[in-house]
Design a protein around this ligand. Structure first.
Ligand code: FES
Length: 284
């Protein structure tokens, strides 16, 4: 309970913003374009950071087991090096995601990053100690690093599973849509170049005219539920796309595919048609 209370207080720790706000702006200014999209995992369809984290965690844990066994100094040293090197791309991807989180999520994320930074420093020290022949010191530093990485992992779990960072926020809306075709109103309400806001019960839906047809997608962005209806329609590589007004995630209207992050998942699309002058949508 004490641990949970402590972590919940982190979310409210406004003083962390004094570091978090300028750092977030710096990361966004530094990581741009294709590098930014690649680190978000746009090409993968999922955030890249959790996948990359497997490398340092797996290597460091394996090294910890080997450190407890006789005659495995060299293998433990190699694994320590692999884990420390693997932590660099994992940290970059995490930093890139972190810069587009909500304020409360960024506070937790900042401490998560600090714990992992301490862990990387300790493992780097462990590697140097092992390379210079001091395996005893190397083991001690590695075990201290494992403690730091464990705190980082706990906070990472809190970010993902409690604060819902980097999960597709739009997917749950699909479960609130009843089966069958739903009427969204008269076709005349649709104008070229302007998405139409509609609702199915509590579910926000965005309808757009595309040529002779219509497309419909969940109206709140999968990244952090930004209102896509306030977004801008743009053309990317000749395809009509919608840019989220909050952090700039860009989705292709034809199929909801994410074209630019920070969202890494496609925006859920609904089937859409016009029957007798009425716009109708249904679950995909
Ligand atoms: S809410 Fe962040 S990009 Fe849409």
């Amino acid at each position: 309970m004490a641990l949970r209370t402590m972590v919940e207080r982190l979310e409210m720790a406004g003083w962390l913003d004094r570091v978090g706000e300028p750092l977030g702006r710096g990361v966004q200014a530094l990581l741009r374009g294709r590098v930014r999209d690649a680190l978000h995992g746009v090409w993968l369809g999922h955030p890249l950071h959790p996948a990359l984290v497997q490398v340092p965690v797996g290597a460091w844990l394996s090294a910890a087991v080997l450190d407890a066994l006789p005659g495995t100094q060299r293998a433990a040293m190699v694994l320590t090096g692999v884990g420390t090197a693997g932590a660099v791309p994992a940290a970059l991807a995490g930093l890139n995601d972190w810069a587009s989180l909500s304020r409360e999520q960024r506070r937790t994320g900042l401490v998560h990053a600090c714990a992992n930074l301490v862990a990387v420093g300790l493992y780097a020290g462990s590697l140097v100690a092992r390379l210079t022949g001091d395996h005893r010191l190397g083991r001690r530093l590695a075990y201290a690093g494992m403690a730091g990485a464990s705190i980082g992992a706990y906070l990472g779990g809190h970010l993902s599973y409690r604060q819902a960072a980097a999960v597709n926020q739009a997917e749950a809306f699909l479960r609130q849509i009843p089966e069958g075709w739903q009427d969204l109103g008269a076709q005349e309400a649709l104008t070229d170049g302007k998405p139409l806001r509609a609702r199915i019960g509590e579910v926000p839906v965005l309808v757009t005219r595309t040529g002779d047809g219509v497309t419909a997608m969940i109206g709140n962005c999968g990244h952090q539920t930004g209102p896509l209806a306030d977004g801008e329609l743009v053309s990317v590589d000749g395809e009509d796309c919608l840019v989220c007004p909050w952090h700039g995630s860009t989705f292709r209207l034809a199929d909801g595919a994410v074209v630019h992050g920070p969202a890494a998942s496609d925006q859920p699309l609904l089937r859409a048609r016009v029957v007798g002058g009425r716009i109708q949508v249904s679950l995909p």
